[in-house]
Design a protein. Structure first.
Length: 176
């Protein structure tokens, strides 16, 4: 149940665990969708360094959240203004949502997504967008159960020279 999951703002000290979760998420969720040599080469130490740099440079419009269960970080989400190229729009965007692969189906992703939606609604955004790999059916079902749906926008995401198609999902947020 979501009741035993604590969602809180991410701290700099959380970067190592967030990197482990992110890399584990890529290696689990994207297996067969992106080139395996790319997944095999992912390194949590290097990713933690990038997380720390991003975290230190992020402005207040970017929100990083972690999910804790039994005092262990088990998930991470990041959201902020929607990025249309270099332009930030009035819409919100879920940039990332990853759960420890051993915890899939435990309600952690749902709790993180609900808190991101709540915060984006409170910030006055009318709509929330996200990008998901076209063939990541598990993630697509997850977002669809949460009220998101494809809005027709698609674009390729290049991984190791291979184009991996992404689709954009959208959800209207309640007013104010």
């Amino acid at each position: 149940m979501d009741d035993d999951i604590l969602i809180r703002p991410m701290a700099l000290a959380d970067c190592e665990r967030v990197a482990e979760i992110r890399i584990g998420g890529w290696q689990s969720a994207y297996q067969g969708l992106v080139p395996q040599p790319y997944l095999d080469a992912l390194d949590a130490t290097r990713d933690a360094e990038r997380r720390r740099a991003h975290f230190a440079q992020a402005d207040k419009s970017v929100v990083n959240l972690v999910a804790e269960r039994d005092d262990e970080i088990v998930g991470w989400a990041c959201h902020g203004p929607y990025r249309d190229g270099e332009v930030r729009t009035e819409d919100a965007e879920l940039y990332a949502l990853y759960v420890d692969p051993g915890r899939y189906g435990d309600g952690i992703g749902h709790a993180l997504l609900q808190e991101s939606v709540r915060r984006c609604t409170a910030a006055g955004h009318a709509r929330m967008l996200l990008w998901v790999l076209e063939h990541n059916t598990r993630a697509r079902r997850f977002y669809e159960r949460a009220g998101f749906g494809p809005d027709g926008a698609e674009e390729p995401f290049e991984v190791d020279g291979v184009e991996v198609p992404e689709v954009r999902y959208a959800r209207d947020l309640p007013a104010g």
